[in-house]
Every structure is written in C-alpha cells, then in structure tokens.
Ligand binder design. Structure first.
Ligand SMILES: [Zn+2]
Length: 345
C-alpha cells in the first residue's frame, strides 16, 4: 500500500493547550503520534512509503476561504511582530459568535474569528505542517485516482474539524475534504461521485460544513453524541444537508460506552447509505480515538473491533483514500492503525 508522509509535521508542536479548564502539557496532538505509527509500519512488508507531491494552493482554495488561508499563512509572522515578549503560541482569548457580521482588523481579533477553540494553537511551523499534511492527503488521492485500490495519507496535523473558514480541534486545513473535492473533480468527467466516511471518535464538523450544500459528495460521520462531547454544536442526527445537499449528509451520534457490536450495527447503516449512493471513490477520515483506552474517548471499541470496522468498509470494494485523523492512546496507536489498514492491503 502506498503511504504518504512528510517530516514537516514536526514543525507544528505547540507548547501547551488549554483543556477542560486547565493547562495541558504536552499538547495531546503531538509528533510522537506519527513516531508510533511509523514504528509499527516498519515491521510490515507492505508499507510503501513516499514523500508527498506539492499540489500548490489551488486544491486547498477549492474548499477553504482564501482570507482564512491568508490568515493561516501570515498569523505567526504577525504574532511575532505584535507580541515579541510572549511569542510561544498564538491563541485567541475571545471567540467570534458568527451571528455578528464584523471581522476585526487586529491579529487576535481575527484569530478569534478563525479559530473555534483552545486547541487551535498556531506556532512558527503550523502553516507549513498543515500544507504538507494536505499534500499527503492529495498524493494518496492521486494514487487512488491512478488505479490503486487504496492509499493512506499519514497526515498530521489532522483536518476533519477545520471548516471552510475556521480552525479547531487540532485541525487547520481539512485534508479529507481537500482530497474528496479533488477526487470529485476527477470523478465528474466520468459522472462519478465521492463519499466521505468519518469514523473518528469526534464529529467531522469541518467536512460536514464544507460539503453541506452539495449532492456530489456524500458525507457521513459516526461519532460520540455532541450533547456530551466535542464539537458540541454540530453532529446531531437531524443535520441532513441543505439546499441541493439535503439528504447527502448523515450523522450517527453514539452514546458513551458503545462497544464493538453496537458500533458495527451503526456502521452497517452508514455502509448501506454509501452502497445506495454508489460512489466512484471513498475517502475515510480514520481517527483511532474510538479505541477503548483513548484519553479523549468514551467509546469502547477494541483493537479487534477496529480491524472489523475496516474489514466491513473494505468489503465495499470502492477505491479508497484513507486519511489519518485523531487517536491519542499513543502506545497503541501504531497497532490500531495497522489493524485498520490491513484489510485494504
Ligand atoms: Zn477525534
């Protein structure tokens, strides 16, 4: 299996985050996560590692707001220029309620407009890391478009919480959405469509936001009930798409304690939605924080359960681009990711 990975992610390592009202060190979404997965991949003979191709900004601008990308590109330089005494990380202290129309000129004002929570810390290498991560996703998508049955974008930072014009949940550029949109352009000439299935523990709110009014990209997210879990304001079952996209988005919120059997029953409903849509390409947002011992999770899926989930998805036999999202039980992250990839090899 072709796997696309870039060491550039190491440039994004915020010194802390604020979580549940306290300071958390280290930042939970840290470079060690990639180290664990790479170590596991070294033990198998099917991992065909590649550096990503640079696709430029056009595929990113096709799903993200250009002023938002400008903000990501210049935020750190502006931060150093305006706050030279405390440059450790750019993190806003106020957050925009988007029901108000004004976008302020100050950097911190814009940061509060474009960042939805306290995990969206920007440091010197955040933008470069996010670009490289998106290129890993695009490179995996390209190899699937060129005939591979599956490919893996080993992306960091993750992407599925990043919307058209906002960062959050450790995410800055929505890798899965960028890949899915790129594939949808490829599929269009062949009258084909694309489905995105998000199995991360958290709702893929950014992916939902980006494709909400489109009928050519089906988006499905299976996740912890947002009544009790991040991202709190999206991910409810009655969110079904809008306009032309009505009926082309599905959320499957799950209660805390959901085990392998209950998860697989819900997955079967999602897979039935995908079969009916009959996409030419499938993109998976693969978050391993559904694992029972994940420090952020309350769902109780085992390592064997992760393998069974992947087995069921692979049985669709649709060319599949797998995108790395969350997963914070670092000591098991390599093993869990291998288990997920194996049915696609
Ligand atoms: Zn997650």
């Amino acid at each position: 299996m072709k796997i696309f990975y870039s060491e550039t992610h190491r440039q994004h390592e915020p010194p802390f985050e604020v979580f549940d009202g306290g300071l958390r060190v280290p930042y939970l979404e840290n470079p060690d996560r990639m180290h664990r997965i790479l170590n596991a991949l070294r033990d198998v003979d099917w991992a065909d590692m590649h550096a990503p191709t640079d696709f430029g900004l056009d595929p990113l601008l096709a799903v993200h707001d250009s002023e938002y990308l400008d903000f990501l590109a210049s935020a750190w330089t502006e931060w150093l220029a305006t706050h030279p005494k405390d440059p450790s990380t750019l993190l806003p202290a106020t957050f925009a309620l988007r029901r108000h129309p004004h976008k302020p000129k100050s950097l911190l004002g814009r940061a509060g407009y474009y960042i939805m929570d306290l995990s969206g810390c920007i440091v010197a290498g955040t933008y470069e890391a996010a670009l490289a991560s998106a290129n890993c996703a695009l490179s995996a998508a390209e190899s699937v478009a060129n005939g591979e049955s599956a490919a893996f974008g080993l992306c960091r930072p993750p992407g599925h919480h990043a919307g058209k014009d906002y960062a959050g949940g450790y995410c800055f550029i929505n890798n899965a959405a960028v890949a899915a949109n790129w594939l949808s352009q490829k599929a269009r000439s062949q009258k084909g469509r694309v489905a995105v299935l998000d199995v991360d523990y958290h709702c893929g709110n950014g992916t939902q936001d980006i494709f909400y009014d489109r009928d050519d990209v089906l988006t499905i997210s299976i996740h912890a009930d947002p009544n009790h879990e991040y991202p709190s304001y999206m991910g409810y079952a009655d969110e079904r798409g809008a306009g032309q996209g009505l009926g082309f988005h599905h959320n499957f919120p799950l209660p805390a304690g959901t085990d392998d059997d209950a998860y697989l029953k819900t997955l079967e409903q999602a897979l039935q939605n995908i079969r009916e849509f009959d996409p030419k390409y499938l993109v998976i947002s693969a978050g391993m924080d559904i694992y029972a011992d994940d420090p952020l999770g309350t769902i109780k899926v085992t390592t064997a359960g992760i393998g069974e989930i992947a087995e069921q998805i692979a049985s669709l036999k649709i060319p599949t681009t797998i995108i790395m999202e969350g997963g914070y039980a670092n000591e098991m992250l390599g093993k869990n990711m291998l288990e997920f990839l194996l049915p696609f090899v």
